[in-house]
Each structure stands twice: as structure tokens, then as C-alpha cells.
Design a protein around this ligand. Structure first.
Ligand SMILES: NC(=O)c1ccc[n+]([C@@H]2O[C@H](COP(=O)([O-])OP(=O)(O)OC[C@H]3O[C@@H](n4cnc5c(N)ncnc54)[C@H](O)[C@@H]3O)[C@@H](O)[C@H]2O)c1
Length: 252
């Protein structure tokens, strides 16, 4: 699909890169010539992904970081610059869910989800953007969800955080366009263990799948190329956009 050089010599941070969609994006970036910082609060899984990228002939390093912790994020970006060079690409992907019906959701469950998705993305954006502004180049890709577009049951924290990231993407895109920094977001379809319940529980499986025009679940590897495109020169006139890699679920 790409020629193996679509991201050649770019330095990319992928948060939540230790598993799932982030791991697939990190591997796809590595396969396209990027030097990849695989960032996760689980260093063991991040190291496994970095090793697999290196094993395939790419360049990668693993870093432990909780994206909701600003001090840790600043240290992670400094370590990335030190090991790989100035950051060109940021894929904000780290995520958690804390599922509960809204009348039962605790303030802690609300805060935790917003802290990782929304504040975590802001922390990482702020930590890399100064260097991008100086060099007048940058590609930022935020991971949202159909939950932020269509709403969802039992995850008002998650749906709110993801909807917030759409506004975050559009505002950052407008503000950073003058620096040639492109900011877009991707809404993946149900693809990984995070959505295991939806994909396997008979109470949800069929009704959910009936809302997906392509009628099947995604593989992380088949949607990762969208993140490659948005980090590539091919996306040079694309900013502030939301791309659904969701089997058509968010068509409206
Ligand atoms: N899986 C899906 O079907 C689906 C659908 C729509 C959107 N998404 C979004 O895609 C992204 C990736 O989801 P996934 O399914 O691959 O999830 P996953 O649970 O498989 O992986 C998430 C990764 O993020 C890491 N992480 C969590 N909190 C962190 C933190 N505070 N700091 C650093 N790392 C942290 C985890 O350790 C894990 O490796 C998330 O933003 C998620 O909301 C997923």
C-alpha cells in the first residue's frame, strides 16, 4: 500500500503503543521508515513492540509514561528527542474505559477517563508542539471513537472525552495551520480487547454489528494505514478532519 518510505526519517511518538491499535500503528510507522517512540504506561509491552519493529529492520525505542501525568510526559518527550531526534509525528492513542451507567458512575471513573484521553492528549500535544512550531512542521493524529460521534450507553465519560477530542482536533488544527502543523483524528471501529465485550457478549454483539455497514469487526492492522497516511506527505493539505476507520458505522 505504501512504499516502505512513506515516513522515512520522521520521528514519531505513539502513545498507548504497547498493544492493540497503538501497537499496530507503531509497527506500521516503523515499517514506513519512521523512528518510533513506543510509549505506554506498561513498559514491558512497549518494549515488546519496539523489539518487533527493530526485528523487522526498523528503528524504535520504548518509553514508560502515564500520559495523564504532565511531568512524566515532558520527560518522555525529552527522552524521545534525546534518543531519536526532534519529534515530527504525535499519535495520541493511549486510552482506558471505566464503564458504568451514568447514574452509577463515580466521579473517579469520570475523571480517570477524561484524564487519560483528553488531558493526556493535551499534555502530549503541548510537550511536542513547541519544537514543531520552531521547525514549522508537524503531524498530530488523535484517536477518537464512534462513541464521541454517535454517543454510547454506559460510557458517558468515554463518549464525552472522545467528543471533546473532536473539538480539540479542530481547534488545534486552526491554531497550528500557520505553523504547517496538521492535526487530524481517526475514529476506529471495534477492533481490540478494549471492545471485547461488545464483540463477544450476545447481549451486544449482533445489535452492534448490525450498525456496521461492512458487517464485520476491524483488525488493528487494517486500520493502521489511516494513521500512516495522516502522518505522511500525502496528507499535506488535510487538517482538522475526522476520518472514520469504522466500517461505515458513523455514516450520517
Ligand atoms: N478497540 C476499539 O475497538 C476502539 C474503538 C474506538 C476507539 N478506540 C480508541 O483507540 C485507542 C486504542 O485503543 P485499543 O483498543 O488499542 O486499547 P487497548 O486497551 O488495547 O490499548 C490501550 C493502550 O494504552 C495504554 N494506556 C492506557 N492508559 C495509559 C496512560 N495513561 N498512559 C500511557 N499508556 C496508557 C495501555 O497500557 C494499552 O497498552 C484508544 O484511544 C481507544 O479509545 C478503540
Amino acid at each position: 500500500m505504501f512504499n516502505g518510505r512513506a515516513l522515512e526519517s520522521k520521528v514519531a511518538i505513539v502513545t498507548g503503543g504497547g498493544q492493540g491499535i497503538g501497537a499496530a500503528v507503531a509497527r506500521a510507522y516503523g515499517a514506513q521508515g519512521a523512528k518510533v517512540a513506543v510509549v505506554d504506561w506498561n513498559l514491558e509491552t512497549a518494549e515488546q513492540v519496539a523489539q518487533s519493529i527493530r526485528g523487522d529492520g526498523g528503528q524504535a525505542t520504548a518509553l514508560r509514561c502515564d500520559v495523564s501525568d504532565r511531568t512524566a510526559v515532558d520527560a518522555m518527550v525529552a527522552a524521545t528527542v534525546d534518543r531519536l531526534g526532534p519529534v515530527d509525528v504525535l499519535a495520541n492513542n493511549a486510552g482506558i474505559t471505566r464503564t458504568a451507567m451514568l447514574h452509577k458512575m463515580t466521579l473517579q471513573e469520570w475523571d480517570q477517563v477524561l484524564a487519560v484521553h483528553l488531558t493526556g492528549s493535551f499534555n502530549c500535544l503541548q510537550a511536542v508542539v513547541g519544537g514543531m512550531m520552531e521547525r514549522r512542521r508537524g503531524w498530530i493524529i488523535n484517536t477518537i471513537s464512534t462513541a464521541g460521534i454517535l454517543g454510547t450507553i454506559g460510557q458517558i465519560n468515554y463518549g464525552s472525552a472522545k467528543a471533546g477530542l473532536i473539538g480539540f482536533t479542530k481547534s488545534a488544527a486552526r491554531e497550528l495551520a500557520r505553523y504547517n502543523i496538521l492535526v487530524n483524528c481517526v475514529a476506529p471501529g471495534a477492533a481490540t480487547p478494549m471492545t471485547e465485550t461488545i464483540r463477544t457478549d450476545p447481549r451486544f454483539k449482533d445489535t452492534y454489528l448490525a450498525r456496521v455497514p461492512l458487517g464485520r469487526w476491524a483488525e488493528p492492522e487494517e486500520i493502521a494505514p489511516v494513521w500512516v497516511f495522516l502522518a505522511s506527505e500525502g496528507a499535506s493539505y488535510v487538517t482538522g478532519q475526522l476520518i472514520g476507520a469504522d466500517g461505515g458505522m458513523s455514516i450520517h
